[in-house]
Structures are given as structure tokens and as C-alpha cells.
Design a protein around this ligand. Structure first.
Ligand SMILES: [Zn+2]
Length: 92
């Protein structure tokens, strides 16, 4: 993706490095806001997920993937995730 290296999912905060990781809009186009773990065919895959759930789920994922320890991931996610579009504007 030219010039879009800083794209992060506006739901989970994961960097989207590959076009194949982008979510899909209802018309079949790629979403430039969300990853395909969060968003498919114009809808959130887990619409009832709360902000707290997302922060904890992502921290666990970062820990499991060896990116950073759980506690550190929680601290970062607490700052990053509430600022993402899904949570900031309370999209459903
Ligand atoms: Zn995501």
C-alpha cells in the first residue's frame, strides 16, 4: 500500500501491513479503517465487544505473539484504543 504504512485498525489498533488484512465494505471494497479480524462486509465481527474487552483481548494477543508483556500492552492500549474511531465515536 503506497504511502499508507502507518495504517492501523480503527477498532483494535493493530498495524495493517498487508492489503489482505483489510476489512471488507458491504460493496466488497477494502476498508481503509479496519482489519479483517474486526470488520467484515460493513459490520463489526463482534459488535457487542466493549472498549474494556478490546483492550484486554489485544493485550493478550500482544503477549501471546511476543510483542510485549501483558501489563505493558494494557498500558499502551489504554492510551491508544480509546482514541480509535470505533470507540471515540461509538460506532456499532
Ligand atoms: Zn482490527
Amino acid at each position: 500500500m503506497e504511502g499508507e504504512e502507518d495504517l492501523i485498525c480503527q477498532s483494535c489498533g493493530m498495524p495493517i501491513k498487508n492489503r489482505d488484512d483489510l476489512g471488507i465494505e458491504p460493496d466488497g471494497k477494502k476498508s481503509l479503517d479496519y482489519c479483517n479480524y474486526c470488520y467484515m462486509r460493513g459490520k463489526f465481527i463482534e459488535p457487542d465487544l466493549t472498549l474494556k474487552d478490546m483492550i484486554e483481548t489485544c493485550a493478550k494477543k500482544y503477549d501471546q505473539m511476543g510483542i510485549m508483556p501483558y501489563k505493558q500492552a494494557i498500558e499502551i492500549n489504554l492510551q491508544v484504543i480509546p482514541e480509535l474511531k470505533r470507540w471515540k465515536y461509538n460506532f456499532k
